[in-house]
Structure formats: structure tokens, C-alpha cells
Design a protein around this ligand. Structure first.
Ligand code: AMP
Length: 511
């Protein structure tokens, strides 16, 4: 039976969701080039690729990134894993039986045994006892209230494990480091990753909901400043290899768990004194996260912020020494940088060294990389005491900056368009195409026979460097006609000469 015409709404065109995008050729070739530059440079510093899952236990991010940050408060994509075979309560549900079933399911881990679910179960029992009392006293009003409260609580239960699409990868790297006992590996563990991240941000140019990062992390027993400096050197080498000029490196130290809280208290006290002169966002941050006030871009707040106490003047001796040694190490490597005392980074887990790279041509979203030290994060996630430092490069923005600088990729190149004509030429064309491809040439082989003129027209439109003409005569003589499409010149060659000729003539473009 025919399904009949689809309803109008079923025939609507689909579009990518706002804030996510397709990366099409030829831009995708530039992406590949940038990612390959990262692989080459990072591997020359002995970093190895780690491939991580796209989603993780929600608690991994709330514990590491911090509940008070924007990322975890409102920007993650979180969903429940598949619920078990327990229906949601309805008007026929017996609260006694259902509460008992929930208790059993929690005990046997059919429902995730989270603190929230335990609190909800306690609430269910509480409302259940109110319900029993009301029934005993035949108080219908109280019975109805208790039943409504019980139902509302039961609907708050999280049946599946809460999962979150990763908003960043450092927490996942640390989770993997702990899970696989990587602290027993010799020396520092040096890892890099490449892949998409997800944040529910307001989309704009250079800010997407699915965006891509290239990141690297060093985990291990040592926090020697040379590690920080070498990581920064590697980052600078990457931007160089990727061809991104006009980058600017900012460096700072934000202290450790001993000296930073004292500085934050001082900052908060000073901010309280100027509270009325600040905008609503900064006013709110005085209580929640005063360091974030330093990130403010509001012009009217700038003169106030410039007069605030600076962390460099409040570092403990150990942090002061670490920062001084980092500067020496950067000088040793000839790395140009600027100290930015306001570079505090949004996330709770950073300690000591922080850094950021900005690039020209990106407008307000000009940060192409953020990084810093996070000693203590592995421990916070249940692992052994471990030092850590890393960075994340925003690939989307690197690409935008390269395109802005006119370094976009030309169309992918077809080396040879194999124009075959006549049924007898088809089988030889298929095997010749395979031999050419094995030699590394990009070959386009028309799947159906085409008229000579049409065939060459398509070769031209595809931007092929050469058309190789293979008709029945060529098959019989073993002499192929090679046409250079840029000037129309033609020559006849046997296959071995053809290969040699193509190799020497395409060498520059395929290097
Ligand atoms: P973060 O993980 O927030 O330190 O970000 C590191 C880098 O990732 C930033 O410097 C940006 O280049 C990039 N980035 C962060 N969020 C986004 C986003 N929503 N869209 C595009 N790039 C982003």
C-alpha cells in the first residue's frame, strides 16, 4: 500500500540546530591541516593522543569545574541515561507499593544511588506517613495534599544516571588518568586530544554550542616551572606551524590554595567598598566569584578595577619563586609574552600559572587558547596527589583567524581526470585509476561514459590539473593522451613515462 503524500509539516527542510554548524570542503581541508600541525608539533614534544568519550557522569564536571561557574550552572547539555522498567507514578499508583519499589531499586542500583535520589526517597517516606495519618483520620483534604506532595516528589526522581556532554576535556583526561592508574607510568604523562566540546552558550561569531578544541595536558609528580615553560613553547610552536601570525601571549600566576583565598578575601573586601560604582554582574560576583570581576570588559568599571589589589603582590613565597622561575624559563626559550595580572581564568581548579593567547581579526571573541596549572584536580577527583598543567586551543577561532588573514585553503585538487570513452576503454580505465591512486595521485574517474567535450568541461570545473584521455585507440596503442588543462597542451605517453611525468609536474602542488 502506498503511504500517500507526506503531510506538509513532514516535508519541511531540516537545518542544523542554532549554534552548531557543518564544516564543509574546502574549509575542512584547512581544519585537517591545523589538526595535523598540532599532531606533528605535539608528538615532537613526546605527547601522545588520547581519545575520550563525548559524555561523562554529570558529577565529574560539577565536582571539577565547580558548581558556581557559568559552565556548570547553565551551559551544559545534561540528560538522563535510559530509565529502568519502572513507570512514573499515575493516579492508579499505590504510594505504599511504589515507595517500597523505589527503595528496593535504589538499594539494588536499578536507579542511580545519588545523594539527590536518597533525599527524594526520604521525602517520599515522609509524605507517605502524612498520607497514612490523613487516611486514618479520614481527613480528605490532608489526604489530597499529602498525595499531591508525594506524587511531586516521586516525579523528581532521576531514574537514569545523569550524563553530560563534555564542556571541556581536562576533567575527562584526569578521570582517565586515575581510572587507568597512569600515575604508575614513568616520568610525566603527556597527552593531547582533539575533538568537539558542548556548551549551551548564546551563539555568535566565534562562539558556538558545539565547538572544537585541541588540548594538551601534563600530569605527574612534578610542578617544575620548566614544564610550564615547555608547554607554552609547544603552544607557540603550534601557532607558528599552523601559520597563525599576530598572536599575543599573556601569562599570570594566581597563587595556590594557601595564598589565593587570602587574596580573594582582600579583593572581596575592596570590592565591597566600591560596590555602588559597579554594574549588576560584578556586584553579584563579589559574593559568588570575585576573581571574575577582573574579567569585566565594561568601560566604566575599568578605572575601578585598575586600582584593586593585584595578586602578584600577595603570592606566598613558594608561588612567588615558581612564577619568577617560569619567567626565567620563558626568557631562556626566547618566548615573548606580556604579564596580565587580571588573567584569572573562570574555573575553580586553576592554581599558579595561567596563560591565554589572543589572535587578531576575531573581534570580541579573540581568545584562541586558555591554559593553566591545576595541581590538586586529580586528587579532588579521587586520585593520588598529582600535579597538572594544560591548555585548550579553540580550533574554530584558529580557523576563523587564518581565514581572516587570507590563509584559507584553496579547493581540494584533482590531479588527474580520467576521461574514458567507449566501452572497451572502461575496464582499462578502472585499473589505471587504481594504479594512479596507489601512487598517491588524486584521480577522478567518471562513473558513466561521457561525451568528449562534456568530459573535459567537467574536468575543468573540478579544477583538475590534467585530463588523461583513454579511448579505444589509446587502449589499442598503449599510448595515453595527457592534456594539461591550464594551457591545453597535449602529449602522448606510455604508462611508465606518464607516472614519471606526473610525479615531477605535480610535485610542487602536492608537497
Ligand atoms: P576554555 O575551555 O573556556 O578555557 O576555552 C579555551 C578556548 O576554547 C578559548 O580560548 C576559545 O578559543 C575556545 N572556546 C571556548 N568556548 C567556545 C565556544 N563556545 N565556541 C568556540 N570556541 C570556544
Amino acid at each position: 500500500m502506498s503511504e500517500g503524500p507526506a503531510k506538509k509539516e513532514d516535508r519541511r527542510k531540516f537545518q542544523a540546530i542554532k549554534g552548531v554548524r557543518d564544516i564543509l570542503p574546502p574549509a575542512s581541508a584547512l581544519w585537517n591541516r591545523v589538526e595535523q600541525a598540532a599532531r606533528d608539533v605535539f608528538e615532537s614534544y613526546n605527547f601522545a593522543d588520547i581519545r575520550l568519550p563525548i559524555f561523562e557522569d554529570t558529577a565529574l564536571f560539577s565536582r571539577s569545574i565547580g558548581l558556581e561557574t557559568d559552565i556548570v550552572m547553565k551551559e551544559t547539555f545534561t540528560f538522563d541515561d535510559k530509565p529502568p522498567d519502572l513507570p512514573r507514578p499515575n493516579s492508579f499508583t499505590d504510594p505504599e507499593d511504589y515507595t517500597a519499589a523505589i527503595e528496593h531499586a535504589l538499594k539494588t542500583d536499578q536507579i542511580p544511588h545519588t545523594a539527590e535520589n536518597q533525599i527524594i526517597l526520604d521525602g517520599l517516606k515522609y509524605h507517605l506517613s502524612d498520607l497514612r495519618n490523613a487516611i486514618e483520620k479520614s481527613d480528605f483534604e490532608a489526604e489530597e495534599t499529602a498525595r499531591a506532595k508525594w506524587t511531586a516528589s516521586a516525579n523528581d526522581l532521576r531514574f537514569g544516571q545523569p550524563l553530560t556532554l563534555r564542556p571541556e576535556a581536562t576533567a575527562s583526561v584526569c578521570r582517565a588518568y586515575i581510572e587507568h592508574g597512569m600515575h604508575t607510568l614513568p616520568g610525566n604523562v603527556k597527552l593531547y586530544y582533539i575533538g568537539p566540546m558542548f556548551r549551551r552558550e548564546r551563539p555568535q561569531k566565534g562562539r558556538y554550542r558545539q565547538f572544537y578544541q585541541i588540548g594538551a595536558e601534563v600530569l605527574g609528580p612534578s610542578d617544575a616551572p620548566a614544564i610550564d615553560a615547555e608547554l607554552i613553547e609547544m603552544l607557540v610552536a603550534f601557532f607558528d606551524r599552523a601559520g597563525l601570525a599576530q598572536t599575543h601571549l599573556f601569562v599570570n600566576s594566581i597563587g595556590c590554595k594557601d595564598c589565593r583565598p587570602k587574596y580573594v578575601d582582600l579583593l572581596r573586601a575592596e570590592l565591597q567598598k566600591v560596590k555602588d560604582k559597579l554594574g549588576p554582574d560584578s556586584q553579584r560576583r563579589i559574593d559568588t566569584n570575585p576573581l571574575r570581576v577582573l574579567d569585566s570588559k565594561l568601560p566604566e568599571e575599568q578605572p575601578i578595577i585598575e586600582k584593586l589589589p593585584r595578586i602578584a603582590d600577595h603570592l606566598c613565597d613558594a608561588c612567588k619563586q615558581h612564577f619568577a622561575a617560569l619567567k626565567d624559563e620563558l626568557a631562556l626559550r626566547g618566548i615573548a609574552y606580556e604579564i596580565n595580572w587580571r588573567l584569572v581564568r573562570g574555573l575553580d581548579y586553576y592554581t599558579r600559572t595561567t596563560f591565554e593567547v589572543t589572535a587578531a581579526g576575531l573581534g570580541s571573541q579573540n581568545a584562541v587558547c586558555g591554559g593553566g596549572r591545576y595541581d590538586g584536580l586529580v586528587e579532588l577527583l579521587g586520585g593520588p596527589p598529582t600535579k597538572g598543567i594544560g591548555f585548550a586551543i579553540g580550533t574554530d577561532r584558529v580557523i576563523l583567524a587564518l581565514e581572516d588573514a587570507g590563509k584559507g585553503q584553496p579547493k581540494p585538487r584533482v590531479d588527474v581526470f580520467l576521461a574514458w570513452m567507449g566501452a572497451a576503454a572502461y575496464a582499462p580505465a578502472v585499473s589505471l585509476a587504481r594504479r594512479l591512486r596507489r601512487e598517491g595521485f588524486a584521480v577522478e574517474l567518471p562513473p558513466e561514459e561521457m561525451k568528449f567535450k562534456k568530459s573535459l568541461g567537467l574536468a575543468d570545473k573540478l579544477g583538475a590539473a590534467f585530463a588523461l584521455i583513454l579511448g579505444e585507440d589509446e587502449v589499442a596503442s598503449g599510448q595515453l593522451t595527457l592534456k594539461r588543462l591550464s594551457d591545453g597542451s597535449q602529449q602522448k605517453l606510455a604508462e611508465p613515462e606518464l607516472l614519471a611525468y606526473l610525479k615531477s609536474n605535480l610535485r610542487d602542488t602536492r608537497a
